[in-house]
Design a protein around this ligand. Structure first.
Ligand SMILES: [Zn+2]
Length: 117
């Protein structure tokens, strides 16, 4: 893997991988600047959405019932629908799915009859 031929702002050799035809990395290749800029904008937008976004409102309308299979499936369906609609930031989706999996594991390991259905 060839390294980028440009230098960092500090004057050291850039250590990023060079793109195939330019010998420059994605940070130094002027042809790639517009893509980097678009990625920065998307990142900034997602960051704002994850803090303030509509997903909070959408999620608030989902009844949270972790004690039953039906309740967990309803939550999973809502999460999938929001994810497919692009409403759910990936870190939030991961966190919620981990919680859902934990609830499913707890439910599966509780002996039948010890917890109300
Ligand atoms: Zn570089």
């Amino acid at each position: 893997m060839a390294l980028c031929s440009a230098s960092t702002r500090a004057g050291r050799p850039c250590r990023f991988a060079a793109r195939r035809f330019t010998g420059l990395c994605v940070n130094h290749d002027p042809e790639y600047q517009h893509i980097q800029e678009a990625n920065r904008l998307i990142g900034a937008q997602r960051s704002v959405e994850s803090r303030t976004g509509a997903w909070r409102e959408a999620l608030a309308s989902v009844p949270i019932d972790l004690a039953t299979v039906r309740g967990r499936l309803r939550i999973l369906e809502a999460l999938m629908a929001m994810d497919l609609a692009g409403q759910l930031p990936a870190p939030i989706a991961r966190r919620l799915l981990r919680s859902l999996a934990a609830a499913t594991n707890v439910s599966a390991n509780v002996p039948k009859g010890t917890v109300p259905p």
